[in-house]
Design a protein around this ligand. Sequence first.
Ligand SMILES: C[S@@+](CC[C@H](N)C(=O)[O-])C[C@H]1O[C@@H](n2cnc3c(N)ncnc32)[C@H](O)[C@@H]1O
Length: 296
Amino acid sequence: MEFIERIKKMIPDAEALLEVNQEWKSIRVNTLKIDRDSLLKRLEGKFEIKEMPWYENGFFIKDEDNIAKTEEYYLGYYYIQEASSMLPPLVMDLQQKDFVFDLCAAPGSKTTQIAMMLENTGLIIANDVKLKRIRALTHNIQKSGATNCIVTNYDARLFYKTGLKAEKILLDVPCTASGKIIKKKDIPEKWSYGRVKSLAGLQKKLVESAYKCLERNGIIIYSTCSLEPEENEEVINFAVEKLGMEVEKINLKNIKIRRGVKEWNDKKFEWWNKVIRIWPQDNKTEGFFICKLRKF
Ligand SMILES: C[S@@+](CC[C@H](N)C(=O)[O-])C[C@H]1O[C@@H](n2cnc3c(N)ncnc32)[C@H](O)[C@@H]1O
């Protein structure tokens, strides 16, 4: 089945998905270095800026290609981050002094967001398997002024072998990234079912390892920027049926969300209305899938 035929099985407005374009870039204020109003004052006049309704530290910027060339950017006062990518840390119930694993962390958009949400308290283990991407991760952590991160370079499928356990794990897994269709118009042509299946296999192994690294009563926030049910609902179904995890309902305010697909490949997902799908055409952002899993 081709990309668009599959989308039509998921939503009634598949055409809108193909047509939507992104006009605004987005940034996240780095509150470890500056408060939002002071940054806003410095940027007003340089850019056209809009508040992000769902996150007080997010702003949309009409880009003049200079967004990564300002003094404020070099100083680490803001981080250029896709608007929907700011959402997973918002549903982690972060509390100061938390011990958090970010198992697929590079280049560190969410690691640095979590670090600032913890106000530099607690500890984040920011892990990634790819050495090249670890360089970007460490650079971004240093630039952000975060001092509560340790960077590790493991294959997260084997991370449980460290024997370390956390109560909160972010699992922002490698995926086909079909939610980036708002920017990459050739996604339908380049789409391949083989790639979806192969990444889905990896994602299930990553969830299983994260489960083993989780304290009892702890949570995994599983996220992708993919639209494919094999990489989203089917991975969650594996965590529920094979690992005995429970899906907890998440909500977000001031953003149009939709819930998960109810069934796919002859499997029914009873918890479909507890997970969140962000469709690009709804908020003019990249697509995202977010789910909270608890271990009992
Ligand atoms: C979607 S990106 C993560 C983006 C990151 N969380 C952020 O917000 O900036 C997925 C990451 O998973 C990493 N990755 C792929 N396979 C992995 C594995 N087996 N173990 C750990 N990391 C892996 C990739 O190198 C990539 O950096």
